[in-house]
Design a protein around this ligand. Structure first.
Ligand SMILES: Cc1cc2nc3c(=O)[nH]c(=O)nc-3n(C[C@H](O)[C@H](O)[C@H](O)COP(=O)(O)OP(=O)(O)OC[C@H]3O[C@@H](n4cnc5c(N)ncnc54)[C@H](O)[C@@H]3O)c2cc1C
Ligand code: HEM
Length: 386
């Protein structure tokens, strides 16, 4: 809890911090990378370039401060969970928090200038460390649960199989190259993949595991992003028998272990976590009612289409719905996914993955149709949340 003196100061300065949050985090990243260029290899430079990571960090700090001041504010737990999982997938360690704290608090001073009196600086330092302690504890639990040493998260994996799945989409099936075991994970989780790019940069990206656990390998399915550094590298340079560096499986959007009906709704490459959930459902809960809904540009773009249709045959109670913007056939509908056409029951649990506008529209539509927000789970293929 925030001390009463700091609570008053944070309450008085929160509006100005909120108003300048993106500027503060922008300043924070440039000063931190100038002082610690080694951190450039840990952060996704694509997310830095378009400002999304700055916004996600700013939004998280402001939401946490808001929660400290007003327990009736939206809960911070889901945000903390998402951040902790992302950090664990990248091997972020407790001893890095003072560096981030130093540059973040210095950036507050740089942007807000004279408004930052010693009392203001001390109050925001307290906020930072309350948040840091919470994340460090959550991350320690995840490292322990996964039996992962945070100082040594990166393992080398060999590409046992490379398969073209759809237009601009390739799957890589990976087996440990270090003789170790394939870690357990929950369907819906992802791994960070780190590569050495031809321009000399070392860069990580996250990729959802696209098949369920217990198969003796991990598989990722990657769509080429135009101008994208890592997806382009994986497509152009990584062939069978090459090796890749992978972090531990992580991610807070994972299939629940219940028995009630499930909606798996995806668009585009958002099919990947759904394919893993479907695979796991067919193997471990084949009687669970499932609706598998997917929207794509065309059948040729629909990755894992045949595999998912085949997996669905292993389920006792499944409905498959497809929407294609082009080339739709007798088994699909034209255009974009229509939330009104999704078969739902009051006890459905929904999992969504796809572009942000798709997920906003779908989530709003599901809420309108009576699904409680806590039973709508989603994965964002970038920083931040809906
Ligand atoms: C949890 C999670 C799971 C994911 N799962 C999958 C998955 O299963 N399959 C999958 O294919 N993807 C997945 N992604 C997305 C993936 O992590 C990458 O974001 C994606 O592959 C693009 O990375 P890239 O390096 O190719 O592109 P980047 O180089 O990061 O570029 C992304 C975009 O930014 C633009 N850009 C880059 N640098 C600049 C610059 N300097 N100035 C202006 N614009 C710039 C690029 O042109 C491009 O449009 C997932 C992401 C997350 C967070
Ligand atoms: C209280 C302190 C911190 C907060 C509030 C914080 C917040 C965040 C947030 C909101 C994200 C985006 C999560 C998402 O994907 O939605 C993130 C990602 C990340 N954080 Fe932190 N973080 C903190 C400390 C640290 C530290 C100490 C490091 C170590 C260097 C770090 C490194 C990263 C990296 C590398 C990413 C992924 C960035 C990307 O993919 O672009 N963070 N963090």
């Amino acid at each position: 809890m925030l001390s009463p003196a700091s609570a008053a100061v944070v309450g008085a300065t929160l509006p100005v911090v909120r108003a300048h949050a993106a500027e503060i985090t922008g300043e924070f990243y440039s000063s931190m990378f100038a002082a610690h260029p080694e951190l450039l290899r840990v952060f996704n430079q694509g997310n830095q370039a378009d400002g999304r990571q700055q916004l996600a960090l700013a939004a998280a700090v402001v939401a946490f401060a808001g929660q400290l001041l007003d327990p009736a504010a939206p809960p911070f737990d889901p945000i903390a969970e998402r951040i902790a999982h992302k950090h664990v997938s990248l091997g972020i360690r407790a001893e890095q928090y003072p560096v981030v704290g130093h540059h973040l608090l210095t950036a507050v001073g740089t942007v807000l200038g004279d408004a930052v009196t010693p009392a203001v600086a001390a109050a925001w330092q307290e906020v930072y460390w309350l948040l840091a302690c919470r994340l460090i504890a959550a991350e320690a639990r995840l490292y322990e649960r996964g039996d992962v040493d945070p100082a040594d998260v990166w393992r080398r994996w060999r590409v046992a199989k490379r398969l073209d799945e759809a237009v601009d989409t390739v799957s890589f099936t990976l087996v440990p190259d270090d003789g170790g075991l394939v870690p357990d994970f929950r369907p819906g989780q992802y791994v960070s993949v780190a590569v050495d790019l031809p321009d000399g940069r070392h860069q990580p990206r996250q990729y959802s595991l696209s098949q369920g656990p217990g198969r003796g390998s991990l598989r990722i399915t990657v769509r080429r992003v135009p101008g994208g550094a890592v997806s382009g590298f994986l497509h152009d340079r990584v062939t069978e028998d090459e090796t890749l560096l992978l972090g531990p499986p992580a991610g807070d959007t994972a299939l629940d272990r219940g028995t009630g009906p499930v909606l798996l709704a995806s668009a585009g490459i958002g099919i990947t976590p759904m394919a893993a959930m479907l695979d796991d459902l067919a193997r471990t809960r084949p009687t669970r009612p499932v609706v598998l809904a997917h929207a794509d540009r065309s059948p040729a773009h629909h990755a894992l289409r045949r595999e998912c249709a085949h997996t669905a045959t292993g389920l006792a109670n499944v409905r498959e719905l497809r929407w294609y913007e082009h080339d739709h056939d007798e088994r699909s509908r034209p255009g974009r996914m229509n939330v009104g056409a999704l078969p739902l029951t009051p006890d459905t649990t929904a999992y969504l993955c796809g572009p942000l506008p798709f997920m906003h529209e779908l989530r709003d539509g599901l809420i309108r149709r009576g699904l409680p927000v806590e039973r709508i789970h989603y994965e964002v293929f970038g920083p931040g949340m809906l």
